[in-house]
Design a protein around this ligand. Sequence first.
Ligand SMILES: [Zn+2]
Length: 429
Amino acid sequence: MSDMIIRNGELLTSEGTLERKDIRIKDGLIAEIGSELLNHGEKEWDANGQILSPGFVDLHVHLREPGGEKKETIETGTLAAAKGGFTTIAAMPNTRPVPDSPESMKQLMERIQEKAHVRVLPYAAITERQLGRDLTDFEALKREGAFAFTDDGVGVQTAGQMFEAMKKAAEIGKAVVAHCEDNSLIYGGAVHDGEFSRQSGIPGIPSICESVHIARDVLLAEAAGCHYHVCHISTKESVRVVRDAKKAGIMVTAEVTPHHLLLNEEDIPGDDAMFKMNPPLRSKEDQAALIEGLMDGTIDFIATDHAPHTAEEKAEGMRLAPFGIVGLETAFPLLYTNLVEKGECSLIQLIDWMTKKPAEAFNLPFGKMEIGMPADIVVLDLKKEARINPQEFLSKGKNTPFADWVCKGWPTATFFNGNPVWTEGRVNA
Ligand SMILES: [Zn+2]
């Protein structure tokens, strides 16, 4: 681990103003933040007036390994994360095998140790093989390093099972993280049950498919005394339920994806599976409610739901292709360009939603630029403008609806525990 000084960076103050500072990194930690720091023989990195942000935190990522290595691996997924400025990501358990036992969790931790380029926090499954039948051994999984519990990809179908899971999670101080989808309300849908569905004839998933699960779960979480986290919230009714639950003092948090903030069903160009994800792109009103929910704190933070698939799979069209799009390498530039530059939110709000807020929601000691914290730092060039080219992604997944969008605000270097894990163009470290 090399000691280093990063010079001439712009740091955001808590008031949202920028200050020119140097950062001294020692033993992988932030040792000093100040002006014109004296060199004690360290290597130097000149940030040239670019923004220095805490490394981004993404609590919803599909790394696909083990079992789905054609789509992504721990290696390629974490390289994509580093390129996108993320230094902490949480990996979803819908892999083969599923991390649903101490043995499979242990093996996953070993693979992560060996192959990951950034910090990976593995989720454990709520039910064995995510089949919704038997609950996993939460305590044993926690001992092996489970970050939290989720059956992401499918909803927990019965209230009774969710209640049992929440009571167990509460006992061991872990969160239940929910993909909210009631199987009896999917109707074989591939898109939102709205205007695009009616015009195209492609079956739609109604908003209640998500919102009824959230309404059920916040009451269960209240009764169980459990931290309940809503994945990829997508409907205006869901936002209302979470808002009311927070007002009632229920321990609920929620995340929203960049694509649900930036797109709605009217943006779907036709039978193009790059626009197929679960939950689907909803209506314009839903999109507006998500932005409002983020602004007023109902929605706590942003997570990408990075979901790589092969080109062949995504070529199958809306009805047959799998759900999901990639997001790690485009999240910040897309949100910076389309929210901050358009005046919808400030730079510090966006950075907080991608750093401090997810860390705080799960009591993680990351996402802040403070003395003694891991030196997880992303360097951002707010002026650099470039066109999104999926062929340049480090992720194996090239499945994005944002190809050819022109964005500003690109990461140019990412430091993880003080080491440059991704740099654009230069290495002077
Ligand atoms: Zn999900």
